[in-house]
Design a protein. Structure first.
Lengths: 494, 473
């Protein structure tokens, strides 16, 4: 009897990204993946090309090509200077032409690499190619009533789709999720998609198999299983963990190993938390790929590549490293700041105004997060401007406002377009450091709180709080608490 | 039927009106016995826009989409299909004032060389009604030959304009690939398809093509250049022009009368001051084989959209699963020739056969282009017969291969993407009835103006184009 001494999982990931162009990949009809069209009624984002009416012809959307180049460059890919379009032929009601226009042997982007996780593990990108999405089949009438037949909605048909294919460089569910998150982050920073998973902006297809080592020292590779159409990180992790166990058990039972015709396709059942068989043999389909004669090959000039390259912003991974080294932020804070491109870009603008990354981060992640939570909005949408935050940081640094007053001021700035200084002044939030004024409040306070004053005189320092509070009350919160405390001690203890 | 120029003069001088000219056409079409037209669009409220083609009547092959009427491609699959948009060529014709008179019959999805494979019946040749008009644009050719309209649009994938033009004794011009937009032409083989014009004289073809040619952003394969001037140079002398003649075209596969007509045509050109140069095109013989790999391959994919889901024929049978819905709808909607080519094309693209067939055909395609390129280093145009024989009898070619060989001289023009024209150059005598013979001129890509100029010079020196079949009563 064979005993398994170890097993490890190998995962290569295919990620489909719907590009948020205005119009479709090969048609002028509006694109369902564009934020403007999220609420479109079924079959309204169509034209003769999308519906594959007789006589219609595809024309390449160059914006989609530019966006794909942007992603390719961000993934450190080489952009092919010659790329072409091929037809993938198969019949399905959501595929109006009876073929999908894709890129078979000359993809737009090749040979990239990105780093994932804290330990910056490299993951190779084999290729990223551009194609068109299919429509959707549904079984629900408008209003949600079940329909016995199939309903075709062509809104999604023709949406530009970038398929990013990684090498099998991922060795755990965590790796796979980290990779998927990184790609999502990158695409969102590049502005090619909002990356809303529930809307299907990104779909993940891990190819999974196991390398099993036995006590005889032999290694065995289980057949590759492709899991189709996952659209959450939880599903990615669940499917991989499930397969890692299932494939070992299957190998023990049937001994089947990787080889030609051994690849199968499975789906993920979210309710049962298991994968289910969809198609036994990958090559059961003969897609009859051939160059699309309606489209001419695309030559991409170095000028175009350079032009696109200039539009690539600093990517989240690099920002996280920089925030830790330059602003001495924790990894946790750096992650929080880079989680959303809008917040991160807002943070960058704040840093630019204040020249203070550490303080800007502190304000946005503390007071900002608190007010955002209260107002149920994003920190970057609170209403406070980078200039106002910079002003606030300066007031605080110059000790012109106290810490609780500064917190109050942050909240007020969210509803004001005045400068921080003006708002602080109008609301009496500026600290009084004028010693004459403070001296007289101190004297008044000692008179008003004689018991506390006596306690302090006799060395019970805890009582000083009541006296400080009294001074603050009289000053309307404007006195600098530290100065007040010093002066009280001086008067009472000499 | 007068030429465009004569008709336009008559309208401008007030001798007649656009309305009178077109009504006369509709009158003839409504009586025509050839089955040239599938439908006629006699619109009482016709606007007669002012323009270079105002009062000019145009027949439209039934595979070019029009908002008016139906577009059926001669197929049961598209019976009654109405397009929500016009082909680019249709928009341009309308803008130039032309009157579109109706849809002309064609072989189903433009697959055929006789217009017998049409769901709406075979079309007859106006010169001899028991013979075919050629195909696949047989309805358009018959309509112009019979004088039912001034000009007609056709599409040419392997000879579908030039071959019927030859068989019907008229001018049939296939422009260089990319010169005329394919947007709205129902695709058969996208890399070979080209819209072109049937007319009774070269000038009419030039005038009409000037209107329809030019860049179209809706067609990625249309060339981004100014529309060519084709009429301006028609009357220029052809003295010194070099005309290539190849023995590869004048073999015993042709009728002796065809070879004789071509020999005579060569003499005409010599008299016009042209120089005759011997060129060699040995790949002529593999053209048809190459064509019948590439064209069906593209067709098998282009015709996949006719699945009965969104439009077109869907089987009446109920309770079918998806696969059977597809197969019954397509089996019922398509005719035999279309099915034959879909099968052929699917086969040559299949895994394991792709390299042997499709990929090799692409290699031969490149060789054919190179062969033309080196021939055109020695001459301006290449002259030969358009077809090996004059019109054959309806039903005579029951073997598909013998039908395919009708395109032996024309298919390579499309394979190389160059321009070609067929013009009348003689008559054969069959059963006492004259049958037209066509001369084929091919020129390099985008040398269309010169091609038409050389064709026009021959036409001016001869009288073949002035002979017409007996008018319908």
């Amino acid at each position: 009897m064979t005993t398994i001494t170890s097993s490890r999982v190998l995962i290569g990931m295919e990620i489909h990204v719907e590009l948020a162009t205005e119009s479709k990949m090969f048609a002028t009809a509006p694109n369902a993946a564009s934020p403007k069209q999220y609420d479109a009624e079924p079959n309204t984002l169509v034209d003769p090309v999308v519906m594959a009416l007789p006589g219609s012809l595809p024309v390449v959307n160059r914006r989609a090509v530019s966006m794909s180049m942007r992603v390719g460059l961000a993934l450190n890919c080489t952009i092919a200077n010659f790329t072409k379009w091929d037809r993938k032929n198969y019949y399905y009601p959501d595929l109006p032409k009876g073929y999908q226009i894709s890129q078979f042997d000359k993809p737009l982007c090749i040979d990239g690499v990105i780093e994932i996780g804290e330990d910056q593990k490299p993951v190779k990108i084999i290729r990223a190619h551009l194609e068109e999405d299919t429509g959707k089949l549904g079984h629900e009438l408008p209003g949600g009533e079940h329909y016995d037949g199939s309903l075709v909605d062509l809104n999604r048909a023709g949406t530009p789709l970038l398929e990013i294919v990684s090498a099998p460089d991922l060795h755990s569910a965590q790796d796979a999720v980290a990779y998927a998150r990184e790609i999502r982050d990158i695409c969102r920073y590049l502005g090619v998609t909002e990356g809303i998973m529930q809307k299907g902006h990104m779909r993940f297809e891990p190819n999974i198999n196991m390398i099993i080592t036995t006590d005889e020292g032999a290694t065995h590779a289980t057949p590759i299983v492709e899991i189709k159409n996952l659209n959450s990180f939880k599903a990615i992790a669940g499917a991989i963990e499930y397969e890692a166990t299932r494939q070992v058990e299957a190998w023990l039972a049937d001994g089947k190993e990787m080889g030609p015709n051994a690849k199968s396709t499975r789906g993920w059942d979210d309710d049962k938390q298991m994968t289910v068989m969809q198609r036994e043999k990958e090559d059961a389909h003969d897609y009859r790929f051939f160059p699309d004669p309606d489209l001419v090959p695309l030559t991409i000039s170095q000028e175009w590549i350079n032009e696109v390259n200039e539009t690539i912003p600093e990517l989240p991974a690099s920002r996280r490293l920089r925030y830790q080294s330059e602003y001495k932020l924790s990894l946790k804070d750096a992650m929080a700041l880079t989680a959303e491109p809008d917040l991160c870009n807002f943070f960058e603008r704040c840093v630019k105004q204040s020249n203070n990354g550490t303080e800007s981060a502190k304000w946005l992640l503390n007071a900002g997060a608190k007010y955002a939570n209260e107002n149920k909005c994003e920190v970057n949408n609170l209403g406070i401007t980078p200039q106002q935050l910079a002003g606030l940081i300066q007031l605080r640094q110059e000790n012109k406002v106290g810490s609780s007053a500064a917190d109050k001021l942050f909240g007020m700035l969210c509803d004001s377009d005045q400068t921080s200084e003006n708002v602080a002044k109008e609301n009496n939030l500026l600290q009084v450091t004028d010693s004459g004024a403070i001296d007289s409040w101190v004297t008044e306070a000692i008179e008003a709180q004689q018991q506390a004053a006596d306690d302090v005189r006799s060395g019970k320092n805890a009582a000083i709080g009541r006296l400080v509070g009294e001074v603050m009350k009289r000053s309307g919160g404007a006195a600098d608490a530290k100065t007040v405390r010093e002066k009280l001690l001086q008067q009472l203890q000499g | 039927m007068n030429s465009i120029t004569t008709t336009r003069k008559a309208i401008q001088s007030g001798e007649t009106t656009a309305k009178e000219v077109t009504e006369n056409c509709f009158n003839l079409i409504s009586q025509e016995p050839f089955n040239a037209f599938h439908e006629m669009w006699n619109d009482e409220k016709q606007a007669y826009l002012e323009g270079p083609l105002s009062g000019i009547t145009v027949g439209v092959k039934d595979n070019i989409v029009t908002k008016v009427g139906t577009t059926t491609c001669g197929s049961k699959m598209l019976d009654g299909y109405r397009s929500p948009f016009n082909a680019t060529v249709i928009d341009r014709l309308i803008a130039s004032g032309a009157t579109l008179v109706g849809k002309t019959n064609c072989d189903e999805f433009a697959m055929g060389s006789s217009t017998e494979h049409c769901a709406w019946g075979a079309v007859q040749n106006p010169w001899s009604t028991d013979r075919v008009p050629g195909g696949s644009s047989g309805g358009s050719a018959a309509a112009v030959a019979a004088g039912l309209c001034h000009v007609a649009l056709g599409s040419d994938t392997g000879g579908s304009i030039r071959q019927p033009a030859a068989l019907c004794g008229i001018v049939g011009y296939k422009p260089t690939y990319g010169l005329v937009s394919r947007y709205g032409l129902v695709a058969f083989a996208s890399s070979l398809d080209q819209i072109g014009v049937f007319s009774r004289c070269v000038r009419d073809a030039a005038i009409t093509t000037e209107v329809i040619a030019g860049f179209d952003p809706n067609d990625a394969t249309s060339v981004e250049e100014e529309a060519p001037c084709l009429v301006e140079s028609l009357d220029d002398s052809i003295a010194g022009i070099k005309i290539g003649v190849t023995r590869d075209f004048l073999t015993d596969r042709n009728d002796p009368e065809v070879n004789q007509a071509i020999e005579d045509a060569i003499k005409v050109y010599e008299q016009l001051g042209a120089t005759i140069v011997d060129v060699s095109l040995p790949l002529t013989d593999v053209g048809v084989s190459t064509y019948y790999v590439i064209a069906p391959a593209e067709a098998s994919s282009n015709l996949a959209r006719y699945d009965g889901i969104r439009y077109g024929h869907r089987t009446d049978k109920v309770g079918l699963d998806l696969f059977d819905l597809y197969s019954h709808s397509r089996a019922e909607g398509f005719g035999d020739e279309v099915k034959r080519r879909i099968l052929l094309g699917t086969y040559v693209l299949s895994s394991g056969y792709y390299d042997a067939y499709y990929n090799n055909a692409l290699k031969v395609r490149r060789l054919i282009s190179e062969e033309y390129a080196s021939a055109f280093e020695q001459c301006d145009v290449i002259l030969g017969p358009t077809t090996p024989t004059p019109a054959f009898k309806i039903g005579a070619k029951s073997n598909p291969i013998s039908m395919y060989l009708c395109d032996v001289y024309t298919a390579n023009t499309n394979i190389a993407g160059i321009c070609g024209i067929s013009i009348p150059c003689g008559f054969a005598k069959n059963d006492g009835k004259p049958l037209p013979i066509g001369m084929h001129l091919q020129g390099p890509a985008f040398s269309d103006a010169k091609l038409l100029q050389i064709a026009h010079a021959f036409e001016q020196a001869t009288d073949f184009h002035n002979q017409h079949p007996e008018p319908i009563s």
